[in-house]
Design a binder for this molecule. Structure first.
Ligand SMILES: CC(C)(COP(=O)(O)OP(=O)(O)OC[C@H]1O[C@@H](n2cnc3c(N)ncnc32)[C@H](O)[C@@H]1OP(=O)(O)O)[C@@H](O)C(=O)NCCC(=O)NCCS
Length: 322
């Protein structure tokens, strides 16, 4: 879609975001609300402007846009799973009242499912804010299945104080570390999203982690930190950074994957590793660490709680098989 075609969505976008301001920044009470809404609008405009994005539009009786569903086929997922996979990137609606919102979302999601079916799509993956019950119920109405609840939580590094007794040495990963991390990863993520969908073969879910780790090692925007025990890698963290100084006056460290050697999990290393990562990111000049985890990962959830992460937003993942 070209910029001039986008123009007619812009008024609608402001209304839709104002009516349902959910997500990482709008729900964070430490972030200025109008800056968060502005950033949310900019993010959605970027998604809409992507050339592979497609749309389902809803209009009210006066002809004004009152709902928009943005989706795209994922080449990466389709190739990995061996059948066509579609991702729902965003579902917007300008009403906040439950019934009006449900009706608009249900219409759009039904039309969308019919299009996917007619095009031979096998799997649709969608994430919604846990607050958006009207959308979640509309998805259930056409047969989406609940897969997992996800939470985003954060550590404010501006308030973090290093405890020297909890510091352990960290180093940047080298190419030779990748295979060790991939070995540790096998069977370590059984509580995650793709394992929760029983139609996805177990090995296909496991292979995703192998690929994500390989991609992260190859991508210079992502960094991998390691802690060694007895001269061998024992703990890994993959992360990247997002500079939002212009938007919020803050620099973020986004954790992607943390992993302790399965042989020594549950013995206290995770807590020391996370604490040392905070100190490392603080020294790098970061203000906030953002981390995300599934509610089924009780060990990680307890570890995040122990280290006083604060929840910023919560999501629900759903899959639709056609
Ligand atoms: C999650 C993980 C990083 C935790 O590291 P760890 O070294 O096992 O954790 P620790 O021994 O330092 O334990 C820290 C806290 O986590 C919680 N915890 C650890 N293992 C737990 C378990 N099996 N069940 C419930 N809580 C657990 C506890 O609250 C514990 O503190 P406490 O003993 O004072 O109560 C590690 O288990 C791991 O790598 N798991 C597989 C990959 C993964 O899930 N990564 C995180 C994705 S977000």
């Amino acid at each position: 879609m070209v910029a001039s075609d986008l123009e007619h969505y812009y008024t609608f976008l402001q209304e839709a975001i104002g009516a349902n301001a959910y997500g990482r920044f709008p729900e964070d009470r430490d972030i200025d609300r109008s800056s968060a809404l502005q950033y949310a609008a900019a993010e959605i405009k970027n998604i809409i402007a992507k050339k592979e994005s497609r749309f389902i539009e809803s209009k009210s009786s006066d002809g004004a846009v009152d709902g928009l569903l943005v989706f795209r086929q994922s080449a990466w997922d389709s190739s990995h799973f061996g059948f066509p996979v579609v991702l729902v990137d965003s579902v917007l609606c300008k009403y906040s009242e439950y019934t009006q919102r449900y009706d608009v979302c249900a219409r759009m999601v039904s039309d969308f499912a019919a299009i996917c079916k007619s095009e031979g799509i096998r799997l649709v993956m969608s994430k919604s804010s846990s607050q958006d019950l009207a959308l979640i119920h509309a998805c259930e109405h056409v047969g989406f299945q609940f897969i997992e609840s996800w939470i985003y939580n954060k550590i404010d590094l501006r308030k973090f104080k290093v405890n020297p007794e909890m510091l352990i040495p960290l180093r940047s990963a080298t190419d030779g570390d990748m295979e060790v991390m991939q070995r540790f990863a096998w069977n370590s993520f059984a509580t995650q999203r793709f394992h929760a969908d029983k139609r996805i073969p177990y090995d296909k879910a496991e292979e995703l982690y192998q690929k994500w780790i390989a991609t992260s090692f190859a991508d210079e925007r992502q960094k991998v930190l390691v802690h060694d025990v007895d001269g061998k890698p024992a703990a890994f963290s993959i992360y990247f950074t997002t500079d939002l100084t212009a938007q919020f006056g803050l620099k973020f460290t986004n954790w992607k994957l943390a992993l302790i050697d399965p042989e020594i999990q549950g013995k206290g290393l995770g807590a020391l590793f996370f604490h040392s990562l905070f100190a490392y990111h603080q020294a790098e000049g970061s203000d906030v660490v953002d981390s995300g985890l599934t509610l089924r990962n009780i060990a990680s959830l307890n570890l995040h709680n122990k280290l006083q992460f604060k929840v910023t937003s919560t999501l629900v993942s759903m899959h639709l098989w056609l």
